[in-house]
Design a protein around this ligand. Structure first.
Ligand SMILES: [Zn+2]
Length: 409
């Protein structure tokens, strides 16, 4: 059943926008006084509202009576939203002089969250995840990736993936799970033995719930020479790869390109050579401003990555340790100001370019044959959205053509 929705003062369509490199305002393919024709969750046509209403045999019209800007539903392509407990003590410790790596090396940090996730029941983890998803949904996120990685043994890694799978059935937004058994080495294990255990015992079972695998490539977690054979083994099992790369030290981004990973995420420490390597590759560069804000570190060289030609995505990294903020739009507004990103570059990073990082080709643009995942902001000018740094929230949200939230009535 065809429905026409509109008029929207402005609609950012990204209809023909390039997958890689820098973008300017005209690259957003904005339609003014726009309408969208939707059928069975998919977009049939976008164009001037008047034309759509005139020319179609329409079943229904949803009229938008006040000024709104419509953009594709947000895609958060890197999060760790399943957790229990709090790492507020780490924040205070870091601000008193300890580094993230020192806390991890002393058996705290991620390993504290592992302990709490191990003690938590599945129901408890599901309830907490559900609450975070509802908050994210009100911020406009309609597709989100979520990693395991606070289990570090078969039972608890699979428990985390089951939590994501079961909550995915309860919510309207899409949850994309990723297996991150190789987050850090658990206590009492030697690193090579742990990676062998993951490959032989855990990954084949995880594969039944996800085809995405991640590893934290870092000296304190898994350095390049250990991560590489593990990731090649995961590739052989049929997993798509994504890496935590170059957060504190170099090497991960080059490895990501070398093994054909879908994305290289973090990149705060990436230098000139690897920026250009990413720019000329098909690996999506995912930057995580929420981690820079949580740790008080410099942002990833986002402007340089775009100028080098990279497909640049922005994600929240929402997690209890380094990135507790979780507000993707606020982080984007701040990152844009520091890294001098245009609205076209910033919005691309949380829509169709983030979809590319997840290997999804059916969302992220408002164009024919794409899913109608879309969010409308109560303003007449798209520039207000990032300018207000997360305080202007969408008040109408659609997922697969269904009206999820309507704050206008
Ligand atoms: Zn992460």
């Amino acid at each position: 059943m065809k429905q026409i929705i509109g008029p929207f003062t402005q609609m950012i369509t990204f209809r023909h926008t390039a997958l890689k490199g820098p973008l300017k305002a005209s690259d957003m393919y904005i339609v003014e006084n726009a309408g969208v024709c939707v059928d069975s969750g998919f977009i049939v046509e976008v164009g001037p509202f008047e034309d759509l209403v005139k020319n179609k045999a329409i079943s229904s019209v949803m009229e938008i009576s006040s000024s709104h800007v419509l953009i594709p539903g947000l895609i958060d392509c890197h999060t760790h939203m399943v957790w229990a407990g709090s790492r507020a003590a780490d924040f205070e410790r870091r601000n008193s002089g300890l580094s993230y790596q020192e806390i991890l090396a002393s058996g705290g940090g991620i390993l504290d969250t592992v302990k709490w996730v191990g003690q938590a029941t599945k129901e408890d983890l599901k309830n907490q995840l559900h609450q975070r998803i509802i908050r994210h949904q009100f911020d406009g996120v309609t597709t989100q990736e979520i990693k395991s990685g606070y289990g570090l043994d078969a039972q608890n890694e699979l428990k985390m993936l089951e939590v994501i799978q079961e909550v995915n059935r309860q919510v309207e937004v899409d949850l994309i799970p990723t297996f991150l058994g190789a987050h850090v080495c658990p206590k009492g294990y030697e690193r090579v033995a742990y990676l062998d255990y993951l490959l032989s015992e855990v990954a084949p079972k995880a594969k039944l719930m996800t085809n995405r695998a991640d590893a934290f490539v870092e000296a304190e977690a898994f350095p390049v020479h250990l991560a590489q054979p593990y990731l090649m083994g995961m590739k052989k099992l049929g997993f798509d790869l994504t890496l935590h790369a170059d957060q504190f030290s170099r090497g991960g981004a080059a490895l990501a390109v070398q093994i054909g990973a879908k994305s290289a995420d973090h990149l705060e420490s990436t230098t000139f050579k690897d920026i250009h390597l990413l720019g000329t590759s098909n690996t999506v560069a995912v930057v995580l401003p929420g981690a820079s804000l949580g740790l008080g570190m410099a942002f990833a060289p986002t402007r340089a990555l775009l100028d080098a030609g990279a497909c640049l995505a922005i994600a929240s990294d929402w997690n209890p340790g380094s990135a507790p903020n979780g507000d993707l739009l606020a982080q984007c507004g701040i990152l844009a100001a520091y890294e001098k990103l245009t609205a076209a570059e910033t919005f691309s990073g949380i829509t169709f370019r983030a979809a590319q990082a997840l290997g999804l080709t059916d969302r992220g643009r408002l164009a024919p044959n794409y899913l109608f995942d879309a969010i409308a902001f109560p303003t007449h000018d798209y520039r207000e959205i990032l300018y207000q740094q997360g305080t202007l929230k969408p008040d109408i949200i659609w997922k697969k053509g269904d009206l999820l939230i309507d704050g206008t009535t």
